[in-house]
Design a protein around this ligand. Structure first.
Ligand code: MEV
Length: 317
C-alpha cells in the first residue's frame, strides 16, 4: 500500500472571537500559506494496532501512540479515528507529521494537525471519513486543547472555506463579493487559547450584564461585516475590524505587543486592524486597501519594523 498524505490549512478569525463561545456568530477564513501535513505509511514490521508517530516539532521520533499520555491530542486522534472506522486492530502504520503553522498563535495549528492526521489515517485504513465526521472528531480533540471551544477552528480547517459560524449550528460557507487582502502578523508571544477563554469566562461570570452586552455588540459587527463582505464593500469592513478590536480590548484580551502591531498597521494605511484568535499574544490581522498593489507590502514592512515575529500576506477569495 503506498503512503498517503493529507494536508490541512491554518485559519484566521476575521471577527467574532470569544463572543462566538457564547453563541454569537463569527467569521473565519482558511489561510493556505501555512499548513499541517500527515503522511501515513505501512509498517509491516510492527504488530497490528500499532501506530508510530514522528513529529519533530514536539520531539517525537517513532514513538508508539500508546506511549503518549492518555489525554494528548495525537493519541486521542488515533483512538477516535480507529473507533470511527470500527477497527480494533487496524494495520500497523508509521506517521510523519509536519506543520508550519505557529503553535498557540490563533492560526488553528492544533485543529489542522488533527484534521490532516484523521484524513491520512482513515484513507490509509481504507475508509476516508467524510468532512462532517472529520469535523466532529476534530472538535472532540479541540476540547483537549481549548477546554470549551466553540468549534470554529476545526470547522474552518476541515472545510477549508470562509465560514459564518454559530456554535452548535451547521457551518455556513460565505461568499465574498471581492477578494480581501489580509496582512497577518504574529506578536511572537505564545498565548494558549484555553487560558484567555477561561479568563473571559471568569470575567463574564463576575460581570454578566456587561459581558453579554459586549458579546452582543460583537455579534452585530459580525452581521454587518458579513453583509459588506458579500457585497464587496471592502472599505466598509475596516471600521468594523477596529470596532471589534476595541471591544476585545474591553474584554481584557489585548496586550502591549498586540496594541503595538495594531497601531503600526493602521498608521501604515490598513483600512482596519484587530487582534485575531484568543488574544494576549498570537496574531493580529490588518486589512489592506484594495486596488493598491503596494499597500499590503507597506503594511507588512511597518509590522516588521514594529517587532512582528512573522508576517504573512494572504488573499482571501
Ligand atoms: C480561537 O481561535 C477562538 C476563540 O473564540 C475560542 C473558540 O472559539 O473556541 C477565542
Amino acid at each position: 500500500m503506498p503512503a498517503i498524505t493529507a494536508k490541512a490549512p491554518g485559519k484566521i478569525i476575521l471577527l467574532g472571537e470569544h463572543a462566538v463561545v457564547y453563541g454569537q456568530p463569527a467569521l473565519a477564513v482558511p489561510v493556505f500559506a501555512v499548513q499541517a501535513q500527515a503522511v501515513v505509511s505501512a509498517a509491516p514490521d510492527l504488530p497490528r494496532g500499532e501506530v508510530r508517530l514522528t513529529a519533530a516539532a514536539i520531539g517525537l521520533q517513532d514513538v508508539s501512540w500508546q506511549a503518549l499520555p492518555p489525554d494528548t491530542p495525537l493519541r486521542r486522534t488515533v483512538a477516535l479515528t480507529a473507533q470511527a472506522l470500527e477497527l480494533s486492530q487496524p494495520p500497523a502504520v508509521r506517521v510523519w507529521i509536519h506543520s508550519d503553522i505557529p503553535v498557540a498563535a490563533g492560526l488553528g495549528s492544533g485543529a489542522a494537525v488533527t484534521v490532516a492526521l484523521v484524513r491520512a489515517l482513515s484513507a490509509f485504513w481504507g475508509h476516508p471519513l467524510p468532512d462532517e465526521q472529520v469535523n466532529a472528531l476534530a472538535y472532540e480533540v479541540e476540547k483537549l486543547h481549548h477546554g470549551t471551544p466553540s468549534g470554529i477552528d476545526n470547522t474552518v480547517v476541515t472545510y477549508a472555506r470562509p465560514v459564518y459560524f454559530v456554535r452548535r449550528q451547521p457551518p455556513q460557507p460565505f461568499r465574498l463579493g471581492a477578494p480581501l487582502t489580509l496582512v497577518i502578523a504574529d506578536t511572537g508571544v505564545p498565548a494558549p487559547t484555553a487560558e484567555t477563554v477561561a479568563d473571559v469566562r471568569r470575567a463574564a461570570e463576575a460581570a454578566p450584564a456587561a459581558y453579554q452586552a459586549l458579546f452582543a455588540r460583537i455579534g452585530q459587527l459580525v452581521e454587518q461585516a458579513r453583509e459588506h463582505i458579500a457585497q464587496g464593500n471592502v472599505a466598509e469592513l475596516g471600521p468594523l475590524l477596529n470596532a471589534n478590536h476595541a471591544l476585545l480590548q474591553q474584554m481584557g484580551v489585548s496586550c502591549p505587543a498586540l496594541e503595538r502591531l495594531v497601531q503600526a498597521a493602521r498608521a501604515a494605511g490598513a483600512l482596519g486592524a484587530k487582534l485575531s484568535g484568543g488574544g494576549r499574544g498570537g496574531n493580529m490581522i490588518a486589512l489592506a486597501p484594495p486596488q493598491a498593489p503596494q499597500a499590503a507590502a507597506a503594511i507588512a514592512s511597518a509590522l516588521q519594523r514594529a517587532g512582528a515575529a512573522r508576517v504573512l500576506v494572504t488573499a482571501v477569495r
